[in-house]
Design a binder for this molecule. Structure first.
Ligand code: SF4
Ligand code: SF4
Length: 143
């Protein structure tokens, strides 16, 4: 198994953990209606930060590159829908406009520790970057 597949499998496990935690707790009071409003970052006053391990997972699983520039809306929010829903990032999985922000913050913190550990084990430099700028970073090691 190559390094990218190893990273992707480890990140898959973190995403499964996030989904179990959001079901088990008050992170989400109602299921996400997938309206896409929070993916329009500027209008919603929202940001999405991602780790290097998540970027590696995304490119491996989706076969897509991270766009060099984007904004103010997530580049995969197309006609109000997520175009990459199976590959979406930890922040997309944790956040819910109907949930408890403190519970979401706790899940995010624990997920980040796990994602940081995956990167460290795989020799990926740890970065936590705004998705709108992630593809423009010349240190991007993942293409
Ligand atoms: S979290 Fe809320 S705003 Fe975001 S897509 Fe789901 S329902 Fe819409
Ligand atoms: S990846 Fe999908 S769910 Fe996440 S911010 Fe972008 S459009 Fe929204």
């Amino acid at each position: 198994m190559n390094r990218n597949e190893q990273i992707a499998r480890a990140v898959d496990a973190v995403y499964r953990w996030i989904e179990a935690e959001t079901e088990r707790t008050a992170a989400h009071h109602r299921p996400c209606g997938r309206c896409g409003r929070c993916c329009d970052f500027e209008a919603f006053d929202h940001r999405l930060y991602v780790t290097t391990a998540e970027l590696a997972h995304f490119t491996t699983r989706s076969g897509l590159a991270i766009p060099p520039s984007a904004g103010p809306r997530c580049p995969w929010n197309v006609d109000g829908r997520c175009d990459v829903h199976p590959y979406r990032f930890a922040g997309c999985r944790v956040f819910s406009c109907t949930g408890d922000p403190q519970v979401q913050a706790r899940i995010t913190e624990q997920a980040l520790q796990r994602l940081k550990h995956i990167g460290g084990q795989s020799g990926l430099p740890y970065r936590y970057v705004n998705i709108l700028h992630a593809g423009a970073d010349p240190r991007e090691p993942l293409r």
